[in-house]
Design a protein around this ligand. Structure first.
Ligand SMILES: *Cc1c(COP(=O)(O)O)cnc(C)c1O
Length: 497
């Protein structure tokens, strides 16, 4: 099999094997790791048709992480995709009269982040062994709400690791907040920051690139890595469910093998939809990738104008996991559509740092034709939840609702009736307050936890285990800090204990 190496989007040539790219998280020059080639499996779709989720994952991930042996990878997959998931399919595909929903939220923390973060700790352990790494890995994570808990769940009590999570203290749902601050595990630390996700993410990136800090911690036996979707170990496992969703449509006779479909993805950091783009490049028959944003519609503007401009107000919405103005993974797309021109990527990323914006070339713009950008307002999001529950008895969370609202705009403006899978990224039980208020204003008088029971009663959906537990869990993490104190908080945790 062809060996695949990983290099930075910004030009430094290290030719690292996958295990090193996973351990490092981010490249030395601040760029993101990308595979040398994207393996093509378009001629093997027939083989994929009847694979279980784990078999498919082994096949696809194995093509990318070529220095991890099949037996090792399969062991990781067995540990990741087990009965932590409350669906045997792992990612069930649901159908209403209007659309198909690929439900990626049946893992332990009720959001799609589990799909990769159940696996990442095991991949890191295998990688650390392979590279003979003797130091403890410190996972630094900025979260807009869902990555934090999924990473904590994955890394809690994993030997040889510690994990620090920073979340915007006023920017997540009550259920998301409780999930994080009740996290057990001596190797975990959760801190609320006075700021938004972009503040947390940019500070974490700075800390990653702080050479003095790195050498200080190195002496104490620590090395940083990332569980954000800048880590290639997050991105590659996310390709799998696009193939799985497609094959499910084939298996149920909705489409013929080879027929093109659309995917509609609620987008923030551009990780999930980038995995779909990689799937398309691997040969999955995809017509359009619908990129759905909320009121922080920086990606919509980028796709329509070719200019990425973060200089605007950050808006706190009811789909908080998409409240992002700097979509990190877009750098990997820019790299790809510039024919892998690192000099240009460097220039554009410098522009973003210095002027808050950049503009791509006309040639690059042409390469964006597989994407359609759209956005949904808060009211459109609420309407989508209400409409789908009233008409199809299908209850969706606020992020999926953004995608649904954008899908409607897409169909209205293009007339395209190609079969479309809407990627459903979180359980409605994570956002009870917003979801229930979309159904009826009478629910606004209840708090988030009370609404859990009411939601279960009116929808007939079982309360997920992860939410049921929150009722009795104690608050463990009470620390909050300013963003310029994040580095000190990390040092406190690592050195003073
Ligand atoms: C993280 C998240 C998103 C956005 O995914 P990206 O990979 O950041 O684009 C959408 N919905 C939910 C529920 C999420 O947790």
């Amino acid at each position: 099999m062809e060996k695949i190496c990983y290099n930075s989007t910004r030009g430094i040539k290290e030719n690292l094997p996958a295990s090193c790219a996973i351990l490092n998280g981010i490249a030395k020059d601040g760029g993101l790791f990308v595979p040398d080639t994207i393996p093509f499996i378009g001629d093997k779709l027939e083989d994929c048709k009847d694979m279980s989720y784990k078999k498919l994952a082994s096949f696809i991930i194995g093509k990318f992480f070529t220095d991890i042996e099949k037996e090792e990878l399969d062991r990781c997959l067995d540990l990741a995709y087990d009965n932590k998931f409350d669906s045997e399919d792992i990612v069930p595909l649901k159908k209403t009269k209007k659309a198909f929903y690929l439900e990626l939220y049946h893992g332990p923390t009720l959001a799609f982040k589990d799909m990769a973060l159940c696996l990442l700790p095991h991949l890191m352990k295998v990688s650390a062994k392979k590279q003979n790494l003797k130091k403890d890995i410190v996972i630094l994570t900025a979260t807009s709400g869902d990555t934090g808990k999924a990473a904590l769940e994955g890394f809690a009590d994993v030997k040889g690791t510690k994990i620090v999570v920073f979340f915007p203290k006023d920017g997540v749902s009550e259920i998301q907040r409780r999930q994080m601050i009740t996290q057990t595990g001596a190797n975990t630390r959760v801190i609320g920051i006075d700021g938004n996700f972009d503040d947390a993410q940019s500070e974490v990136k700075k800390i990653f690139n702080d050479a003095d800090l790195k050498s200080e911690l190195d002496k104490k036996g620590y090395v940083f890595s990332s569980a954000n979707s800048i880590n290639i170990g997050r991105l590659v496992p996310q390709i799998v469910y696009y193939f799985y969703g497609y094959m499910e449509l084939v298996r149920t006779g909705e489409i013929k093998l080879g027929e093109k479909i659309n995917f509609d993805v609620p987008t923030g950091n551009f990780g999930n939809i980038l995995a779909a783009y990689y799937a398309k490049k691997m040969g999955l028959p995809i017509k359009k990738l619908i990129c759905a944003s909320n009121d922080n519609k920086v990606l919509f503007d980028f796709l329509s104008t070719g200019t990425y401009d973060k200089m605007r107000d950050f808006i706190v919405t009811i789909s908080p996991s998409m409240d992002i103005l700097v979509s990190s993974n877009l750098e990997r797309l820019i790299y790809d559509i510039s024919s892998r021109n690192s000099d240009l990527v460097n220039k554009l990323m410098n522009n973003l740092n210095e002027d808050g914006k950049y503009t791509i070339t006309e040639d690059m713009k042409k390469e964006l034709n597989s994407f359609y950008g759209g956005f949904a307002s808060e009211q459109e999001t609420l309407d989508a939840i209400n409409y789908n529950f009233e008409n199809y008895n299908y209850l969706m969370d606020t992020h999926t609702a953004v995608a649904h609202a954008v899908y409607k705009k897409y169909v209205d403006s293009t007339g395209d009736n190609t079969k479309t899978i809407i990627v459903s990224t979180a359980s409605p039980f994570k956002f009870t307050k917003s979801v229930m208020s979309a159904l009826d204003s009478k629910y606004t008088k209840y708090n988030d936890m009370e609404l859990v029971d009411i939601m279960s009663k009116i929808s007939g959906l079982k309360i997920p285990k992860g939410v049921e537990q929150l009722k009795k869990n104690n608050v463990i993490h009470k620390t909050t800090c300013e963003k310029n104190e994040m580095k000190d908080q990390i040092l406190n945790f690592l050195l003073n204990k």
